[in-house]
Design a protein around this ligand. Sequence first.
Ligand code: HH2
Length: 297
Amino acid sequence: MYWQTTRFRIDLARPRVMGIVNVTPDSFSDGGLYGVPQAAIAHCERLLREGADILDIGGESSRPGATALSVTEELARVRPVLQAAVTLGVPVSVDTCKPEVMRAALDLGVDIVNDIRALSAPQALATVASHPAAGVCLMHMLGDPATMQQQARDGYGDVVLDVAGWLAARLDAVCSAGIGADRVVLDPGIGFGKAVEHNFALLARQGELLALGRPLLVGWSRKSSLGVVTGRAVGDRLAASVAAALAAVVRGASVVRVHDVAATVDALRVWGAAGLSGAATMPAAAAAPQPPGSTRS
Ligand code: HH2
């Protein structure tokens, strides 16, 4: 299995670590730490030293109650960081819902669009479809960030069947728009309009999402469900986050989106060395680069 993206065909024979770079003042766990481009670029470099395979760069927090941003503001935050990140030799993802930001990022050579709204904004689907090879992550969310946690309680019949059905419909929509399925990964959207029991049901029954036939990207890092289970504040969820990432991989996730790259990479390496995955036989380097536009197969 692989993930086709603009410059890289990412081999998913071993699990991949996507390092989070929040160029925001208000992200739920690291808001304000990397809010200026120099700090964010230094953070990209640090995550790569720690073993990140993919960098995911976002300018707008999706936490409930976060301030909505204009296109201009979001671009002012992410453009200089994306510009630097695409020179670092790994796949770069932009975490955005806005088609204008997607377009600008793809014009800079960004490899992946990571959209918590699964390309549902007007023109988002067309923007990615008009690019020959950009990868995309389609994430499930119930409602929108402002209201999602109120809807969580009564929003599902069977959460796993509902999320799987919704993701299947989005996958169909993007494929019908001309985006090859090999460019798409799916994400259950941990914490996005889901109560704690919903999130853990999605982990326990992750195999049912794999049945959709595309790789899974999963983001548990520091999220509040881990705080509920451990009783720990957001800054003390490292062990819980690593455990959740590993559990997601054990249940078949191909990409884990994390803040704490070094610890996650260590855990996955030990897991691989124990013969529980193909990781021990794979080089530590990220996916093999491919020239732009020549990567389809
Ligand atoms: N979670 C967050 C943001 N983007 N994208 C995907 N595909 N999957 C996720 O689970 C996901 C995501 C929220 O985490 P973070 O970026 O740290 O927080 P904030 O949105 O407050 O910046």
